[in-house]
Design a protein around this ligand. Structure first.
Ligand code: TPP
Ligand code: MG
Length: 688
């Protein structure tokens, strides 16, 4: 430390807590933006968790059985960055220790919120080692934590041996008023209570303030009673600065075997800021030099010494968290080595899981479907593929938001996950789409390969978590069925229109709308091979013919996003018909009728725009030659974005309104999504 040690409190714990506070203030000050108040107020709480409870080895931040610490109120990111820095968390790759480089350096903290710094405005898991999950959208971290707690249980039931506890990690969450106002956190808490996840502890920062002012503007419920009703154990801590009381509440969590724990901690935002104005400024804005000076004075801190880390503070972390974590990890490694001797196959499987791989030969299970004019719904072929793959990939598991019979996601004989069957692989998320997706993210972050299913129209109910699957590079597979007006009688409330466009607009997300059973199989093959990329399977309720692949292009074309399904006999096509999913057969019929009148139409199946866009220009030109501007696209959804593939002159046959309640066939006719309409548009374009 560059400042005079004499002026600093001799109490190391107090010193460590104040270092978290001052680093947070200084970083926000330098960035001229951010929230210093919450890190300041929660420093004693977080410090107590890290010092006395968290089983975490800073030398091996990927250690599989580490306790997880989730900062759901991601706006308090400097709290987490300060902890990662002071705890000396290393920039280690999974399975590697002994790296000298810190995961978060003091320079990163100085560069808080600047380009290239590992200290982004809100914590980003894929960017910063030690950040367990990406947070900022309030409530998401709470949702993720339920998936982590689920994963701890599932991994324990699946891989712990009689004498080897490989998994028993706990998940701690710091959350704020905003987190607990959000619906997703309540859904998640309800699920956690139901599942009796006693390995989950949320610490609620009850500071009675949000951005607009005091919480009584909008939040007057009794949170404790709500959580008690959800099946949680609830504890109160009257003062965030009372580390003994915080520790006692956390010990209570450790002793609880039935229920998740909520610890409600009263705090004062910007604690230590000298004025009321300071406490308001602390809420989402830098304090300003005067307030910072005043706060530092209140802590007995030397003024004017930004980013000071007093001697003894990192050592304090090392002597507590570090030693405890290193010992726990060493013991784990012994257990792991013993387990490997006792059950080499199981541990080889676990190694593969932890490496984000897939078991050797997993693909052999993928079925191939014979040509069949009647065919089957893509949700049905998806169910068959899923069952086959769940046999070959033990940790490929998931469930639905109460729609397993419709989304075809129930795996017979795989057991229902719950306290009685923690190795069960069918998950009943209940009618909680948002929490389902947020939990799936937490499961993915813990090494599992989860899928989550509902109707496609409820994409919007889970979208915020899906967006974070993409940002966080998590290979969650979303199985979304009943994909268009083709679902029929349930009507416009259930018929997706704009959801495809919305899904396609998400960066880093693969969207598949397969045309038949073999495209479904290929879509799963491609999606599973990309562990860092979420995928959406957009599947039909109604039957789709299984195409005869001896007469049309091979379904392996799905891997390239789009491919020629039916081509013309030599030469350049007069026009190109592009379809996805249930509209591909319509394009094929239209091409037949065009051929009869001497128009050579190529049919392109385009199940995945994003994969097609990834292909090199030569491939894309081979499929969609620039010279052929007579293009018709057909999709039973809104046309938003299709100009990308059909160009200025192209025509789109699809939906430009909500759907209707009627049998599917009638709806396709009513909305003009027919082979005749496609053929007519093509004729117009080629001037016939
Ligand atoms: C879903 C979502 N909505 C809105 C915001 C913007 N926002 C950031 S912090 C915050 C509220 C802050 O109050 P609280 O959650 O109590 O946290 P505190 O400031 O007390 O730490 C809001 C609305 C957000 N981050 N996420
Ligand atoms: Mg608050």
């Amino acid at each position: 430390m560059s400042s005079s040690a004499a002026s600093i409190s001799p109490d190391l714990d107090r010193l460590a807590i104040d270092t978290i506070r001052t680093l947070s203030m200084d970083a926000v000050e330098a960035a001229k933006s951010g929230h210093p108040g919450t890190p300041m107020a929660l420093a004693p709480v977080a410090y107590t968790i890290w010092k006395d409870f968290l089983r975490y080895d800073p030398a091996d931040p990927h250690w599989p059985n580490r306790d997880r610490f989730v900062l759901s109120c991601g706006h308090a990111s400097m709290l987490l960055y300060s902890l990662l820095h002071l705890a000396g968390v290393r920039q280690a790759a999974p399975g590697c220790t002994g790296h000298a480089e810190p995961a978060v350096s003091l320079d990163d903290i100085r560069q808080f919120r600047q380009l290239g710094s590992r200290c982004a405005g809100h914590p980003e898991q894929h960017l910063t080692v030690g950040v367990e999950t990406t947070t900022g959208p309030l409530g998401q971290g709470c949702g993720n934590s339920v998936g982590m707690a689920i994963a701890s249980r599932w991994l324990a039931a699946s891989y712990n041996g009689p004498d080897a506890t490989l998994f028993d990690f706990d998940t701690y969450v710091l959350c704020s008023d905003g987190d607990l106002m959000e619906g997703v956190a309540c859904e998640a808490a309800s699920l956690a209570g139901h599942l009796k996840l006693s390995n989950l502890c949320w610490i609620y920062d009850d500071n009675a303030i949000t951005i607009e002012g005091e919480t009584d503007l909008a939040f007057s419920e009794d949170v404790g009673r709500r959580f008690a009703g959800l099946g949680w154990r609830v504890e109160l801590v009257a003062d965030a600065n009372d580390t003994a009381a915080v520790g006692k509440a956390l010990s209570g969590f450790k002793d609880e075997a039935e229920r998740p724990t909520l610890i409600i901690v009263k705090s004062v935002i910007g604690f230590g800021a000298p004025t009321k104005a300071g406490s308001h400024a602390a809420h989402g804005a830098p304090l300003g030099p005067e307030e910072v000076g005043g706060a530092k004075e209140a802590y007995g801190w030397p003024a004017g010494d930004a980013f000071a880390v007093p001697a003894g503070v990192p050592e304090r972390f090392a002597a507590t968290l570090g030693q405890r974590g290193a010992a726990a990890r060493a013991a784990w490694q012994e257990a792991y080595a013993a387990a490997k001797l006792a059950a080499p196959e199981a541990i080889a499987e676990l190694d593969c899981l932890l490496a984000g791989g897939l078991p050797a030969g997993w693909e052999a299970a993928i079925p191939s479907f014979p040509a069949d004019a009647k065919g089957l719904a893509s949700r049905v072929s998806s169910g068959q593929v899923l069952q086959a793959l769940s046999g070959s990939i033990p940790w490929f598991l998931g469930g639905s938001a109460d729609l397993a019979p419709s989304t075809m996601t129930l795996i017979p004989g795989a057991g229902d996950f719950g306290p009685e069957q923690p190795a069960g692989r069918n998950f009943h998320f209940g009618i909680r789409e948002h929490a389902m997706a947020a939990a799936a993210n937490g499961m993915a972050l813990s090494g599992l390969r989860p899928y989550a299913a509902t109707f496609f129209v409820f994409f919007d109910y889970l979208k915020p978590a899906l967006r974070l699957s993409a940002l966080g590079e998590l290979g969650v597979i979303y199985i979304l069925t009943h994909d268009s007006i083709g679902l029929g009688e349930d009507g416009p409330t259930h018929q997706p229109i704009e959801q495809l466009a919305s899904a396609r607009a998400v960066p880093g997300l693969s969207v598949f709308r397969p045309a038949d059973a073999n495209e479904v199989a290929e879509a799963y093959r491609v999606a599973l091979q990309r562990p860092n990329r979420p995928a959406v399977m957009v599947l039909s309720r109604q039957n789709l013919p299984t195409l005869d692949r001896t007469t049309v292009g091979a379904a392996e074309g799905v891997a390239r996003g789009g491919y020629i399904l039916r081509d013309v006999d030599g030469g350049t096509p007069d026009c190109i018909l592009i379809g996805t999913g249930s509209e591909v057969p319509i394009c094929l019929d239209a091409a037949e009728s065009l051929a009869a009148s001497g128009i050579a139409a190529r049919v392109v199946s385009l199940p995945s725009w994003d994969l097609f866009a990834e292909q090199d220009a030569a491939y894309r030109e081979a499929v969609l030659p620039a010279a052929v501007t007579a293009r018709v696209a057909c999709e039973a959804a809104c046309g938003f974005g299709w100009e990308r593939w059909i160009g200025e002159q192209g025509r789109f046959i699809g939906m430009d309104s909500f759907g209707g309640s009627a049998p599917a066939k009638q709806l396709f006719t009513h909305f003009g999504i027919t082979a005749d309409a496609v053929a007519a548009a093509a004729r117009e374009l080629v001037g016939q």
